[in-house]
Design a protein around this ligand. Structure first.
Ligand code: AMP
Length: 212
Protein backbone atom coordinates (compact mmCIF):
# COMPACT_ATOMS: atom_id res chain seq x y z
CA UNK A 1 0.00 0.00 0.00
CA UNK A 2 1.26 3.46 -0.87
CA UNK A 3 0.00 6.91 0.09
CA UNK A 4 0.91 9.73 -2.26
CA UNK A 5 0.53 13.49 -2.33
CA UNK A 6 0.41 15.27 -5.68
CA UNK A 7 1.51 18.90 -5.74
CA UNK A 8 1.62 21.19 -8.75
CA UNK A 9 0.02 24.30 -10.13
CA UNK A 10 -3.37 23.89 -11.71
CA UNK A 11 -2.91 22.60 -15.23
CA UNK A 12 0.20 20.58 -14.38
CA UNK A 13 -1.60 17.31 -15.11
CA UNK A 14 -2.02 15.98 -11.54
CA UNK A 15 -5.53 14.69 -12.29
CA UNK A 16 -4.41 12.82 -15.42
CA UNK A 17 -1.55 11.11 -13.57
CA UNK A 18 -3.82 10.26 -10.65
CA UNK A 19 -6.28 8.65 -13.05
CA UNK A 20 -3.48 6.55 -14.61
CA UNK A 21 -2.40 5.29 -11.16
CA UNK A 22 -5.96 4.65 -10.11
CA UNK A 23 -6.37 2.43 -13.19
CA UNK A 24 -3.06 0.63 -12.69
CA UNK A 25 -2.92 0.08 -8.93
CA UNK A 26 -6.42 0.88 -7.69
CA UNK A 27 -5.16 3.76 -5.54
CA UNK A 28 -8.07 5.91 -4.39
CA UNK A 29 -7.96 9.34 -6.06
CA UNK A 30 -8.96 12.05 -3.60
CA UNK A 31 -9.41 15.30 -5.51
CA UNK A 32 -10.27 17.94 -2.95
CA UNK A 33 -11.10 20.58 -5.60
CA UNK A 34 -13.74 18.24 -7.12
CA UNK A 35 -15.20 17.52 -3.67
CA UNK A 36 -15.53 21.24 -3.04
CA UNK A 37 -17.13 21.86 -6.44
CA UNK A 38 -19.62 19.08 -5.76
CA UNK A 39 -20.73 20.88 -2.59
CA UNK A 40 -21.17 24.09 -4.60
CA UNK A 41 -23.16 22.24 -7.27
CA UNK A 42 -25.43 20.60 -4.67
CA UNK A 43 -25.79 23.95 -2.84
CA UNK A 44 -25.00 22.34 0.54
CA UNK A 45 -24.24 24.53 3.57
CA UNK A 46 -20.51 24.13 2.87
CA UNK A 47 -21.12 24.75 -0.82
CA UNK A 48 -22.87 28.07 -0.18
CA UNK A 49 -20.10 29.11 2.19
CA UNK A 50 -17.23 28.41 -0.21
CA UNK A 51 -18.68 29.29 -3.62
CA UNK A 52 -17.28 32.79 -3.94
CA UNK A 53 -13.89 31.77 -2.48
CA UNK A 54 -13.49 29.08 -5.14
CA UNK A 55 -14.75 31.25 -7.97
CA UNK A 56 -12.25 33.92 -6.97
CA UNK A 57 -9.38 31.44 -6.96
CA UNK A 58 -8.64 31.84 -3.23
CA UNK A 59 -7.97 29.07 -0.70
CA UNK A 60 -10.91 27.67 1.28
CA UNK A 61 -10.59 27.76 5.11
CA UNK A 62 -8.57 24.93 6.63
CA UNK A 63 -11.41 23.86 8.97
CA UNK A 64 -13.67 23.01 6.04
CA UNK A 65 -10.83 21.25 4.22
CA UNK A 66 -9.97 19.18 7.34
CA UNK A 67 -13.61 18.19 7.80
CA UNK A 68 -13.79 16.91 4.20
CA UNK A 69 -10.37 15.28 4.06
CA UNK A 70 -10.86 13.39 7.34
CA UNK A 71 -13.77 11.49 5.82
CA UNK A 72 -11.72 10.61 2.75
CA UNK A 73 -8.64 9.26 4.51
CA UNK A 74 -10.32 7.08 7.11
CA UNK A 75 -10.71 3.37 6.26
CA UNK A 76 -7.85 3.61 3.80
CA UNK A 77 -6.86 0.02 2.99
CA UNK A 78 -5.65 0.21 -0.60
CA UNK A 79 -3.56 3.38 -0.61
CA UNK A 80 -4.49 6.79 -1.90
CA UNK A 81 -3.50 9.81 -3.92
CA UNK A 82 -4.18 13.19 -2.35
CA UNK A 83 -4.56 15.57 -5.27
CA UNK A 84 -4.67 19.24 -4.25
CA UNK A 85 -4.13 18.61 -0.53
CA UNK A 86 -2.13 19.83 1.41
CA UNK A 87 -1.89 23.30 -0.06
CA UNK A 88 -0.30 25.06 2.90
CA UNK A 89 1.96 24.08 5.79
CA UNK A 90 -0.84 23.91 8.36
CA UNK A 91 -2.60 21.36 6.12
CA UNK A 92 0.69 19.42 5.78
CA UNK A 93 1.03 19.30 9.58
CA UNK A 94 -2.56 18.11 9.91
CA UNK A 95 -1.95 15.32 7.39
CA UNK A 96 1.24 14.24 9.13
CA UNK A 97 -0.75 13.50 12.28
CA UNK A 98 -3.30 11.41 10.39
CA UNK A 99 -1.47 9.13 7.93
CA UNK A 100 1.98 8.17 6.73
CA UNK A 101 2.82 9.65 3.35
CA UNK A 102 5.30 7.66 1.24
CA UNK A 103 6.01 10.11 -1.58
CA UNK A 104 5.15 13.62 -2.60
CA UNK A 105 5.21 14.05 -6.36
CA UNK A 106 5.75 17.61 -7.53
CA UNK A 107 4.69 18.33 -11.12
CA UNK A 108 6.76 21.33 -12.16
CA UNK A 109 5.35 23.65 -14.80
CA UNK A 110 5.99 27.29 -15.74
CA UNK A 111 3.11 29.69 -14.96
CA UNK A 112 2.69 30.84 -18.57
CA UNK A 113 2.22 27.26 -19.79
CA UNK A 114 -0.25 26.54 -16.97
CA UNK A 115 -2.17 29.69 -17.90
CA UNK A 116 -2.42 28.58 -21.55
CA UNK A 117 -3.51 25.06 -20.57
CA UNK A 118 -6.20 26.27 -18.15
CA UNK A 119 -7.57 28.79 -20.64
CA UNK A 120 -8.04 25.90 -23.06
CA UNK A 121 -9.61 23.50 -20.53
CA UNK A 122 -13.19 22.34 -21.09
CA UNK A 123 -15.26 19.92 -19.00
CA UNK A 124 -18.33 17.87 -19.85
CA UNK A 125 -21.36 19.23 -18.05
CA UNK A 126 -22.72 15.70 -17.61
CA UNK A 127 -19.91 13.16 -17.04
CA UNK A 128 -17.12 15.52 -15.94
CA UNK A 129 -14.64 14.25 -18.56
CA UNK A 130 -12.01 16.90 -19.20
CA UNK A 131 -10.69 18.14 -22.54
CA UNK A 132 -8.10 20.63 -23.67
CA UNK A 133 -8.54 22.60 -26.88
CA UNK A 134 -4.75 22.57 -27.35
CA UNK A 135 -3.82 18.98 -26.56
CA UNK A 136 -6.95 16.84 -25.99
CA UNK A 137 -9.64 18.22 -28.30
CA UNK A 138 -13.14 16.73 -28.42
CA UNK A 139 -14.04 15.22 -31.83
CA UNK A 140 -16.90 17.72 -32.21
CA UNK A 141 -16.48 21.33 -31.08
CA UNK A 142 -17.73 21.91 -27.49
CA UNK A 143 -19.37 18.44 -27.35
CA UNK A 144 -18.32 15.47 -25.17
CA UNK A 145 -17.03 12.43 -27.13
CA UNK A 146 -18.62 10.04 -24.63
CA UNK A 147 -22.04 11.38 -23.71
CA UNK A 148 -22.62 13.98 -26.46
CA UNK A 149 -23.41 16.57 -23.80
CA UNK A 150 -22.13 20.16 -23.78
CA UNK A 151 -18.68 21.18 -22.57
CA UNK A 152 -18.24 24.10 -20.21
CA UNK A 153 -15.42 26.26 -18.86
CA UNK A 154 -14.90 26.23 -15.07
CA UNK A 155 -15.77 29.56 -13.44
CA UNK A 156 -12.27 29.68 -11.94
CA UNK A 157 -10.62 29.08 -15.32
CA UNK A 158 -10.87 32.78 -16.19
CA UNK A 159 -7.60 34.68 -16.54
CA UNK A 160 -8.27 36.68 -13.36
CA UNK A 161 -9.03 33.64 -11.18
CA UNK A 162 -6.15 31.66 -12.69
CA UNK A 163 -3.75 34.48 -11.74
CA UNK A 164 -5.02 34.33 -8.15
CA UNK A 165 -4.64 30.55 -8.05
CA UNK A 166 -1.08 30.83 -9.32
CA UNK A 167 -0.41 33.51 -6.71
CA UNK A 168 -1.65 31.28 -3.85
CA UNK A 169 0.39 28.40 -5.20
CA UNK A 170 3.59 30.44 -5.00
CA UNK A 171 2.70 32.04 -1.69
CA UNK A 172 1.45 28.99 0.24
CA UNK A 173 1.95 25.72 -1.61
CA UNK A 174 5.63 26.22 -2.38
CA UNK A 175 6.19 26.02 1.39
CA UNK A 176 4.59 22.58 1.30
CA UNK A 177 7.21 21.55 -1.25
CA UNK A 178 10.02 22.66 1.10
CA UNK A 179 8.26 20.90 4.00
CA UNK A 180 8.40 17.53 2.21
CA UNK A 181 11.82 18.18 0.70
CA UNK A 182 13.07 18.40 4.29
CA UNK A 183 11.63 14.92 4.91
CA UNK A 184 13.24 13.50 1.72
CA UNK A 185 9.82 12.53 0.38
CA UNK A 186 9.76 14.84 -2.61
CA UNK A 187 10.16 13.61 -6.20
CA UNK A 188 10.03 16.19 -9.00
CA UNK A 189 8.66 15.60 -12.50
CA UNK A 190 8.82 17.91 -15.49
CA UNK A 191 5.10 18.43 -16.20
CA UNK A 192 5.89 19.83 -19.64
CA UNK A 193 6.61 16.28 -20.89
CA UNK A 194 3.91 14.10 -22.52
CA UNK A 195 1.61 12.51 -19.89
CA UNK A 196 2.51 8.92 -20.90
CA UNK A 197 6.20 9.62 -20.34
CA UNK A 198 5.56 11.12 -16.91
CA UNK A 199 3.44 8.09 -16.07
CA UNK A 200 6.36 5.77 -16.95
CA UNK A 201 8.69 7.83 -14.76
CA UNK A 202 6.23 7.61 -11.84
CA UNK A 203 5.93 3.84 -12.18
CA UNK A 204 9.70 3.54 -12.15
CA UNK A 205 9.88 5.47 -8.88
CA UNK A 206 7.11 3.43 -7.27
CA UNK A 207 8.34 0.03 -8.41
CA UNK A 208 11.97 0.75 -7.53
CA UNK A 209 10.86 1.42 -4.02
CA UNK A 210 8.57 -1.62 -4.01
CA UNK A 211 5.93 0.26 -2.12
CA UNK A 212 2.99 -0.63 -4.35
P1 AMP B 1 -8.50 22.70 -7.99
O1 AMP B 1 -9.59 21.87 -8.58
O2 AMP B 1 -7.41 21.88 -7.38
O3 AMP B 1 -8.01 23.72 -8.96
O4 AMP B 1 -9.16 23.49 -6.77
C1 AMP B 1 -10.19 24.43 -7.01
C2 AMP B 1 -10.33 25.38 -5.85
O5 AMP B 1 -10.72 24.68 -4.67
C3 AMP B 1 -9.05 26.10 -5.44
O6 AMP B 1 -8.77 27.24 -6.26
C4 AMP B 1 -9.39 26.50 -4.00
O7 AMP B 1 -10.32 27.56 -3.97
C5 AMP B 1 -10.13 25.25 -3.51
N1 AMP B 1 -9.20 24.26 -2.93
C6 AMP B 1 -8.85 23.06 -3.46
N2 AMP B 1 -8.02 22.41 -2.65
C7 AMP B 1 -7.84 23.21 -1.56
C8 AMP B 1 -7.06 23.10 -0.35
N3 AMP B 1 -6.31 22.03 -0.09
N4 AMP B 1 -7.11 24.14 0.52
C9 AMP B 1 -7.88 25.22 0.30
N5 AMP B 1 -8.62 25.40 -0.82
C10 AMP B 1 -8.59 24.40 -1.74
Amino acid sequence: MVNLVFVGIQGSGKGTQAQFLNNKYGLKHVNIGSLLRLHVKKKTKIGREIQSTIENGKLVDDDIIFYLIKKEIQNNNDGLILDGFPRNVSQANYLQEKIKIDFVFFFELADDIAMKRLNARRICINCGKDYNLLSKKPKKDEVCDFCNDKLFTRKDDTEEAISKRLYSFHKYTENVISFYEGQSKLVKFNAGKPPEQIHREIIEVLENHQRV
